[in-house]
Design a protein around this ligand. Sequence first.
Ligand code: NDP
Length: 338
Amino acid sequence: MQQDMQRNMQAVRIHEFGGPEALCIEELATPCPRAGEALVKLEAVGVNFIDTYQRKGLYPVPLPATLGLEGAGSVVATGPEVRSIKPGDRVAFADVRGAYAECVAAPEQRLVPIPDGVSADTAAAAMLQGMTAHYLSQTTCKLGAQDRCLIHAAAGGVGLLLIQMARNAGAFVIGTCSSEAKAELASAAGADAVILYTEQDFKTEVQRITAGEGVTVAYDSVGKATFEDSLDCLARRGRMVLYGNASGPVTECNPASLASRGSLFLTRPTLFDYIASREELVERSSEVFRWVREGSLDLRIGHRYPLAEARAAHEALEARRTTGKVLLKPGANRGFAA
Ligand code: NDP
């Protein structure tokens, strides 16, 4: 270790899978960076829906676990064999376990530099949801002016970013959400049409809006409650991108139904396969940061909670009370060297 550090830190852990009450704030030993790792003092931690899946055990993690995958802050120490970063560097990440904490020991290879002029809050808000919207709109489907997209949960963290990237690519965008206030946010982000899917039948509305043509791509992160109707929104040879389970996982799909609905394509992607290599992680994050700096991508940080209030953040996220990004802010002034 290259600097003296406080020995203990606060972290939010689970000892068993469960509801938001399973989250406990605890005092833990500050990790010591091993070979190839850097110790990052976190200024901002991203809350993502995947954290709730891990907390519930839908995506099991070894217990006890410090939740969280995303954050931004400064390097305070490095382990042996770290070559590209040094104490004082500002870095961000989207796939390092244990981010709900004041510090995390992260592999150097999974850290990206935060560009000048980008705050830690913005960096933490841009990484996981930004790169998700990026791969969905640029790689899983390379959207263009010929596309008409359906984007569920349009006022959420991924949703607001995906609307903007789809619109910037020239696509026509139909968003869905659960309230008028959320619909206003989706429209402001650029959605051409917004459907209140808790009040209206979105399948009927999509057919009406597209004059019976359907959409070329359906981005479905809601899962169980919307999957079947989303398939029915697709045009012939349309692409169904099922990328989340906010209402519960989809557990059944008969491939023959893809044929009878018009030779549809179905994919169930995950970000981690789209940033698996260092090169792809750096390219994707750099482009997201470039768009943020240029002003072509507006990051909406809807909610900030102290780290110790992670439970309240999860409750709000799962009760559909959040919009845009949710951040946790680890306590300041706890004496870490920076
Ligand atoms: P969001 O901010 O979008 O929050 C989830 C939203 O889902 C809610 O605000 C709500 O919007 C909607 N929703 C619909 N039904 C439910 C329900 N029953 N319970 C709770 N919420 C519901 O979260 P994120 O941006 O973090 O993630 C969005 C989705 O994308 C998640 O499903 C997540 O798992 C997925 N994801 C997938 C990735 C991948 O690579 N596969 C990577 C990142 C995220 P409304 O009130 O408008 O319905």
